[in-house]
Design a protein around this ligand. Structure first.
Ligand SMILES: CC(C)(COP(=O)(O)OP(=O)(O)OC[C@H]1O[C@@H](n2cnc3c(N)ncnc32)[C@H](O)[C@@H]1OP(=O)(O)O)[C@@H](O)C(=O)NCCC(=O)NCCS
Length: 180
């Protein structure tokens, strides 16, 4: 397990089973909010579902396939981010993230993603970090744009979010472009 203290308010930690209960409560309290953009909410019904998810991510972490990180803001779980997939052959990390609605607007995700980028380029030997956002998800798109990612294209009907087939914008940051 690791902790990374980003400042007096934000701390990152590898997601571990002990966080399942609190992370489930945050997920449950933000269910409708998150459903606007994330397709997996109906698979998380009980705290045990969050527990199984974290355990699965830890097994993938062990194999270098993924990195799931819990964000603490003022010592409470505020959201998560990570590499949903680490493509070791091509050196690509596919990043994803979400915050509870009450934690929006403080720069928490931008700061956390900076650190994830640093981890990816430094410890995972990534050449590229890839972020995909729904075209209309302006708050999500603002994060890679703020951090110097290039917009590379649009994938049409990339994701089925409760029956809506959303187009995605692809953002990429290369190792030689990374400032973090
Ligand atoms: C996407 C999501 C994480 C963005 O959250 P966010 O709070 O806007 O992002 P940040 O934590 O980086 O904060 C940026 C906001 O804080 C403000 N801010 C305050 N201090 C800041 C700082 N030090 N640095 C950067 N931004 C700061 C920014 O101005 C911005 O506010 P604005 O949108 O009103 O301009 C959040 O909306 C979310 O979880 N949405 C639902 C799930 C989702 O869409 N996930 C992504 C799927 S691709």
């Amino acid at each position: 397990m690791f902790f990374r203290k980003l400042n007096n308010e934000i701390q990152l930690s590898l997601s571990i089973p002990q966080y399942a209960e609190e992370l489930f409560i945050l997920t449950d309290n933000n269910r409708l909010y998150l459903k606007q953009w994330l397709p997996w909410l109906d698979t998380i019904v009980n705290p045990s579902d969050t527990l199984v998810f974290i355990e699965t991510q830890l097994l993938r972490f062990q194999k270098g396939e993924a990195l799931h990180v819990t964000i603490f803001y003022q010592n409470k779980i505020a959201g998560v981010l990570g590499y949903n997939l680490i493509d070791q052959v091509n050196g690509i990390g596919y990043a994803g993230y979400w915050l509870g609605q009450e934690y929006n607007g403080n720069g928490i995700m931008t700061e956390s993603l900076k650190d994830l980028i640093h981890l990816g380029f430094t410890y995972y030997s990534l050449n590229r970090i890839d972020i995909r956002c729904a075209v209309d998800n302006h708050k999500s798109r603002a994060i890679p744009e703020r951090l110097g990612f290039q917009q590379e294209g649009i994938i049409r009907k990339a994701e089925n979010v409760y029956g809506k087939h959303l187009d995605h914008v692809v953002y990429g940051l290369l190792k030689e472009e990374g400032r973090y």
